[in-house]
Structure formats: C-alpha cells, structure tokens
Design a binder for this molecule. Structure first.
Ligand code: HEC
Ligand code: HEC
Ligand code: HEC
Length: 170
C-alpha cells in the first residue's frame, strides 16, 4: 500500500515538473518578437503589426500575435495544441513549401479569425453611451452576430496589421 502511494505521489510530482518545463519551453516561442523575426515570411506581418493599434497604442498595451492567431490562452490545451500544430506547419512550409504568398495567406487568415477571438478582449463594445458610428455599427452586429457581414474583420480588416500600402508609402 505504502509503495503504491509513493508511486502515485511520484507520478503527480513528475506531471507537475513536465507541466512547468513545457511552460518554460513555450515562453520564448510565444513572444511576438519570436513570431516576427524567426523567418522572412513573417517580417512584413511583424512590421505592419508594430504600426497597428494593437502593436502600438497610447495605452502602451501590446496585443501579441498569439492573442489573435491562436485560441485564447485560458483554454490551455486547445491553445497549446493549436500552437504546436501551427508551429510545425510553419516550419514545414518554411523548408519544403512553395514561395510564401502574402495575399493568399491574408485571405485564409481573414476567413479564419472569429468574432470570439476579438470579443475575448473587446467585451464592452456597447458600453459607451451616445450615437457614435461605432455604437450604431455594433448594435447591428449584435442583432445578428452570425451574419458574414457582421464579422469583426469585415469592417476591421486592418486591426492587426496596418495596411501595407500605408506601410510602404510612408
Ligand atoms: C488584432 C489581431 C491581430 C494581431 C495582434 C496580429 N494579427 Fe496577424 N492578422 C490578423 C488579421 C485580421 C489578418 C488578416 C488580414 C490582414 O492581413 O491584415 C492577419 C494576417 C496575418 C498574416 C498573413 C498575411 C501576411 O502579412 O503575411 C500573418 C503571417 C500574420 N498575420 C502574422 C502575425 C504576427 C507575426 C503577429 C505578431 C507580430 C500578428 N500577426 C499579430 C490579426 C492579427
Ligand atoms: C488580447 C486583447 C485583444 C484582442 C484579442 C483584440 N484586441 Fe483590439 N484592442 C485591444 C487593445 C488593448 C487595444 C488598444 C487600446 C484601445 O484602443 O482600446 C485595441 C484596439 C482596437 C481597435 C481600436 C483601434 C483604434 O484605432 O483606436 C479596434 C477597431 C480593435 N481593437 C479591433 C479588434 C479586432 C477586430 C480584433 C479581432 C481580430 C481585436 N481587436 C482583437 C485588445 C485586443
Ligand atoms: C459593420 C461594420 C462593423 C463591424 C462588423 C464591427 N465594427 Fe467595430 N467599428 C465600426 C465602426 C464604424 C467603428 C467606429 C469608427 C472606427 O473606430 O473605425 C468601430 C469601432 C470599433 C472599435 C473602437 C471604438 C470602440 O467602441 O471602442 C473597436 C474596439 C471595435 N470597433 C471592435 C469591433 C469588434 C470586436 C467587432 C466584432 C464583434 C466589430 N468591431 C465589428 C464598424 C464595425
């Protein structure tokens, strides 16, 4: 009996250690600096993010790449699985894939980013009083949240990345 309890406790300690190690290993590859600098495919996305309201705003808050491009961190295992999958796919494509096609990727990403990702942080869109353009637009959005034209990125396509023509014409 004693031996069993010991094995059981050792198992739990081992699991905790693995968990800590995994988090430590994941910390550096979760940084926007890592996402944006590791391979040339991401360079433009990184620069245009730095000029966007999420990479740079008056409050000094930085919304990281993974906040929009992966499921929320509080869904720990979904987040981790998506990260491992995306990371592996990016590495594979980087070495064996065809030439990176920015326009194609933009379209793919646009299709994929759900309102849920944005609403995770912007949960108070109707909080401000008055008849602002934002309030009118968002009231319509919440009246029919599933409609394709009511996806956040339909109207806020450049939320995460300052448009490239703006970037290059400066
Ligand atoms: C606020 C949400 C948000 C954040 C933060 C964000 N993105 Fe994006 N990203 C988007 C959206 C929306 C698109 C599709 C539309 C577009 O290209 O602007 C996109 C497109 C992309 C694309 C495909 C197009 C391209 O330029 O190659 C890449 C790669 C990308 N993002 C990487 C990143 C990286 C790296 C970071 C962090 C440095 C980041 N994103 C931060 C929302 C975001
Ligand atoms: C991790 C939290 C987070 C996520 C996820 C997020 N945002 Fe933001 N967003 C912010 C912060 C912080 C700011 C800057 C401070 C502010 O203006 O409120 C901001 C600013 C904005 C602004 C105002 C820009 C301006 O010019 O003032 C818009 C529009 C916006 N976000 C849309 C989006 C959309 C669309 C998505 C989903 C693709 C998204 N956000 C995802 C936190 C987030
Ligand atoms: C039908 C178009 C439309 C859709 C869809 C839409 N918005 Fe907006 N949004 C606007 C307009 C118009 C403004 C005001 C002008 C501006 O700041 O661009 C605005 C402003 C904002 C702002 C800054 C002002 C504020 O109220 O804080 C944020 C943040 C924002 N939207 C987030 C979102 C999110 C998150 C979604 C998805 C749930 C979304 N929007 C969907 C049109 C839209």
């Amino acid at each position: 009996m004693k031996k069993r309890i010991f094995t059981f406790l050792a198992g739990i300690i081992f699991a905790i250690l693995c968990f800590v190690a995994l988090n430590m290993a994941m910390a550096p590859v979760s940084k926007s600096e890592y996402c944006g600098s590791k391979c040339h495919e991401m360079n433009t996305a990184y620069l245009s993010w730095e000029l966007s309201p999420h990479g740079n705003n008056a409050q000094g808050v930085r919304v990281e790449c993974i906040d929009c491009h992966l499921p929320p961190k509080d869904k720990y295992f979904t987040h981790l699985a998506a990260k491992a999958y995306a990371g592996a796919k990016d590495i594979y494509k980087h070495h064996f894939g065809p030439e990176y096609d920015t326009e194609r990727m933009r379209k793919k990403v646009l299709e994929r980013i759900s309102n849920k990702i944005c609403l995770h942080c912007h949960d108070n869109l109707l909080g401000k009083p008055g008849d602002s353009a934002a309030r009118i637009a968002h009231t319509a959005v919440f009246a029919e949240p599933g409609a394709p034209e009511n996806r956040c990125v339909e109207c806020h396509e450049d939320a995460g990345h300052q448009r490239q023509n703006k970037l290059f014409s400066q």
